[in-house]
Design a protein around this ligand. Structure first.
Ligand code: GLA
Length: 349
């Protein structure tokens, strides 16, 4: 018997899931029209659901049941994510009356692994099926992002929702965030993508994130471009002449876009060492130019490299949360033990 039936007394009409993601390369580039290279995680958020008037939801992870009418305002809680999905569909003219759902998530929360994108995409998938909405997976990702930005109130880019909605397990998703064109690149055989959580909750992540976004906008204004995507390494002399810290911010974005292009090509040619070097270069750029690392993430990345990772970097927005490392299968146990010895607070997923 389903959990939904235990709680609501009837069988659910649909079941829908969506995964969290880890970003391999291309950080803080998505809201600058740039390139990213995330991969979905083998952890899902799942909904069992039926159509209803308004929202009535049980969240297993919080052991909590909440209800809300569609005319009630947002509350700053987990139900906002589901309410935002219903809201955004109605904004686009879809006839959606509401949702009764049981939600369970395996995606670790607050670690920068996109548990919110997984919840949004899973909810929109359930609503698509329940109300037979003619939406493809890219449209689902765009609606999920709109719900998060305009309803929940977090100014995120499009990477997380695209990775969750159109990514494929075992493949990196090369995404051009300006055109939304994608290409799947198989992850290398014989290697493991290790997500290592620092155990440090993201500190001031939201304000730091918004400050970085506005610094990028200021850099664009001073350089006379619409987006940092328009710049290339040939523009570095102009970029370096910007005042601090705008010069650093723009330098990170331009160099990070190059790293994604080069990294995807290296992977496709089987050059895993080069991909690893680019991951490390990305971390250094995030630490020194974008300034979103913290000492604990730097120590963890160093420990991962010392214990045999081919490449390692912070992943997601930074300011705490998780790191990602690429490790040969044959070295994985040694890597895991070594990292835990050097950094006991870590959690190797
Ligand atoms: C968060 C946002 C993404 C992206 C990353 C940084 O995860 O949700 O859109 O901007 O930070 O790369």
């Amino acid at each position: 018997m389903s959990k939904f039936k235990d709680i609501f007394g009837t069988e659910p009409s649909v079941r829908a899931s969506a995964p969290g993601r880890v970003n391999l390369l291309g950080e803080h580039t998505d809201y600058n029209g740039g390139f990213v290279f995330p991969t979905p995680l083998p952890y899902q958020t799942t909904l069992e659901a039926s159509a209803a008037e308004g929202l009535e939801v049980y969240a297993e992870n919080f052991g909590e049941r909440k209800s809300r009418g569609l005319d009630q305002p947002k509350q700053g809680d987990w139900l906002d994510y589901l309410a935002g999905c219903v809201w955004v569909l109605r904004q686009h003219g879809h006839r959606v009356a509401g949702l009764r759902a049981y939600v369970r998530s395996e995606v670790p929360m607050s670690g920068g692994l996109s548990s919110s994108a997984a919840l949004e995409v899973a909810t929109l998938r359930a609503l698509r099926e329940l109300y037979r909405l003619p939406l493809d997976d890219v449209q689902i990702a765009l609606l999920a992002q709109q719900a998060e930005v305009e309803y929940v109130g977090v100014r995120c880019g499009i990477m997380d929702q695209m990775a969750s909605s159109v990514g494929r397990l075992g493949y990196g998703l090369f995404l051009d965030t300006q055109t939304l064109t994608t290409r799947l690149a198989p992850l290398p055989k014989g290697y493991r993508v290790a997500v290592v959580d620092s155990g440090i909750p993201r500190r001031l992540a939201e304000s730091g994130y918004n400050t970085r976004r506005s610094e990028c906008e200021q850099a664009c204004a001073q350089l006379g471009v619409g987006s940092l995507r328009e710049l290339s390494p040939a523009d570095l002399p102009r970029i370096n002449a910007l005042p601090e810290p705008l010069n650093r911010r723009a330098r990170h974005v331009v160099s990070e876009n190059q790293r994604v292009l080069e990294g995807v090509e290296a992977l496709e040619q089987g050059d895993i060492r080069r991909f690893g070097e680019l991951m490390v270069a990305s971390h250094i750029s995030l630490r020194d130019d974008y300034q979103v690392s913290i000492p604990e993430l730097d120590q963890l990345v160093e420990a991962e490299l010392r214990h045999g990772a081919v490449g390692a970097r912070l992943t997601g927005a930074g300011f705490g949360g998780a790191t990602v490392a690429l490790v040969a299968e044959t070295h994985f146990e040694e890597f895991r033990k070594g990292v835990l010895q050097s950094y006991p607070r870590a959690r190797v997923l």
